[in-house]
Design a protein around this ligand. Structure first.
Ligand code: HSE
Length: 285
């Protein structure tokens, strides 16, 4: 039997919509696999009751198919579905690594990115790699049509997860069809600043480069209390705050010494608008 852990991830980081992604230290999914004549899946842990165990409907089943690697697969979910923290990507990435090793398929981590993205396509309808790439490669990733670029970044963050649900379909439905050139220029500048910040492990540059006036303002309308939580995190020392992936999770970048205060400020701010939440004090890495 083989056991593989794959981390939560956060896509977009504001200015890098559908391009940027980061791996987070916690939470994580753990997958155990053993060879079997046909694939079966059992799931425990966070939100497991919402995930189909039928291999034809499960992201991990799609990965097993793509690698021609039937197995008895047990998934322990640490990353709650519909959180904005790459729940299906964590399972897909862990399954890709585990089944690749179990059947000696010899694929590199980079070669497993499109395999795991196929699993993502099953649940989201589109083969986004902006969560599976960091789940497989770690650090900060830039996904384009030409491939993936990875940087080993290490920046403290708080990922705050409210107990509300935002479907990826709804979150994609509010993405504007076009953007003003002024907003595009600002966003490109921010994305470049953020990228430099990642290469320097600099929370100030990363935080200031997360602002985005194109997609994020539309998505924040779907998250009860977003403005209050963002303000509270900034007051407690966050260098930047944005929606994690398609939401409803909210990501705050910070210095290590401010992490605890930011986590508590974000949870309190959600609480004040009647929303329960949980904050992970973690880091990109
Ligand atoms: N980039 C994707 C989005 C991530 O924001 O919709 C979620 O799949």
């Amino acid at each position: 039997m083989l056991t593989v852990r794959a981390p939560a991830t956060s896509a977009n980081l504001g200015s890098g919509f559908d391009v940027f992604g980061v791996a987070l230290g916690t939470p994580a999914d753990v997958i155990r696999v053993e060879r079997a004549p046909e694939t079966t899946i059992s799931i425990t842990g966070a939100g497991s009751e919402y995930i189909p165990e039928d291999p034809a409907k499960n992201t991990v089943g799609a990965v097993a198919d793509a690698l021609d690697a039937p197995a008895r697969i047990r998934i322990d979910k640490g990353v709650r579905p519909s959180s904005g923290l790459g729940s299906s990507a964590a399972s897909a990435a862990a399954a890709a690594v585990a089944l690749n090793a179990l059947y000696d398929r010899g694929r590199s981590r980079e070669e497993l990115v499109p395999v795991a993205a196929e699993g993502e396509a099953l649940v989201s309808g589109e083969a986004h790699a902006d969560n599976v790439a960091p789940a497989l490669l770690g650090g900060f990733t830039v996904v384009t049509e030409d491939g993936v670029t990875q940087v080993d970044a290490s920046v403290p963050v708080v990922a705050c997860l409210p107990d509300i649900s935002v479907s990826t379909r709804d979150a994609r439905g509010v993405v504007p069809d076009s953007a003003l050139m002024d907003d595009v220029v600002t966003t490109v500048g921010n994305a470049a600043t953020l990228t430099v910040g990642m290469t320097r492990d600099d929370p100030d540059l990363v935080g200031s480069g997360m602002n985005d006036d194109i997609v994020t303002p539309e998505r924040t309308k779907l998250i009860t209390g977003y403005d209050q939580v963002r303000e509270a995190a900034l007051e407690a020392g966050a260098t930047g705050v944005t929606v994690s992936g398609a939401g409803p999770g909210i990501l705050a970048v910070c210095r290590r010494r401010d992490r605890r205060a930011i986590a508590s400020a974000m949870v309190d701010a959600f609480d004040a608008v009647g929303v329960e939440s949980r904050a992970y004090q973690t880091a990109i890495g």
